[in-house]
Design a protein around this ligand. Structure first.
Ligand SMILES: [Zn+2]
Length: 242
């Protein structure tokens, strides 16, 4: 799953409109920010075995620290707690927790039975990756739903908010296409190094979100919005989401 994870973040903006899209991106891909580091440190293992699934040649041999059910529960709780401590925004904290955990749900749907519960050999996976057509259909539908929801929740404040968003969508879709139809990666080291590029999309999402505003927001800038009648620092104007 790739686009589906980002789709969750895009859609979560509706439920937690004051949370930056960047934070939601970090949440849904939190374990994929950790996994490359754990690979490089030798704490988790993977190999490249073309044909192991129709969609991906990656064989996830050992990754309980990043992808076990227990790890996801802990990461969800810790990230949501930190987020709430910093922002005091309950909806945001709830969506951060759900965002982190959604990654496990979507990965169980797509992976072959290699998703560990904990550190034992009990593993889950429904194997969507055994069908290219079904995988693309599910990811495309999720991604479209996420895009539509985000566009209904926000509107661009300037050309950067519009162009930046659509360029982000095109790049994500392009990477997905290349992963599906391109050659397998040359090595796990290359996979681990390339995996760190996920932070680029976090920065990009932050920039896009800064150049957009909530669809029902009547002030152009948060600084101005704070001075608008009836709006507090954290409760900027929204249509019906609060
Ligand atoms: Zn994953």
């Amino acid at each position: 799953m790739f686009l589906g994870h980002y789709a969750v973040a895009l859609a979560a903006k509706k439920a937690a409109p004051q949370t930056s899209l960047a934070t939601l991106f970090v949440a849904v891909q939190l374990v994929h920010h950790l996994w490359p580091i754990l690979l490089l440190l030798g704490l988790e293992q993977a190999s490249i075995e073309p044909g192991i699934t129709v969609v991906t040649p990656l064989n996830f041999i050992y990754y309980p620290y990043s992808h076990s059910l227990i790890a996801f529960v802990i990461y969800s709780a810790v990230f949501a707690t930190i987020y709430f401590a910093v922002t005091n925004y309950k909806r945001g904290a709830a969506m951060v927790a759900l965002g982190v955990f959604s990654h496990w749900v979507l990965d169980v749907l797509t992976h072959r039975p290699d998703m560990p519960i904990g550190f034992s050999n009990v593993k889950l996976g429904l194997g969507l990756w055994n069908s290219l057509e079904a995988t693309v259909a599910v990811e495309a539908v999720l991604f479209l739903c996420g895009i539509v929801t985000y566009l209904k929740t926000t509107k661009s404040r300037n050309w950067k908010g519009m162009a930046g968003f659509w360029l982000l969508i095109v790049v994500l879709a392009g990477i997905y296409y290349a992963n599906l139809f391109g050659p397998p990666p040359p090595s796990i080291l290359a996979v681990a190094i390339a995996g760190n590029a996920g932070w680029l999309f976090v920065v990009w999402a932050f920039w896009v979100d800064r150049n957009r505003q909530l669809a029902g927001q009547t002030c152009e800038l948060p600084e101005i919005a704070r001075r608008c009648k009836g709006f507090s620092r954290f409760r900027l104007i929204t249509n019906s989401n609060l």
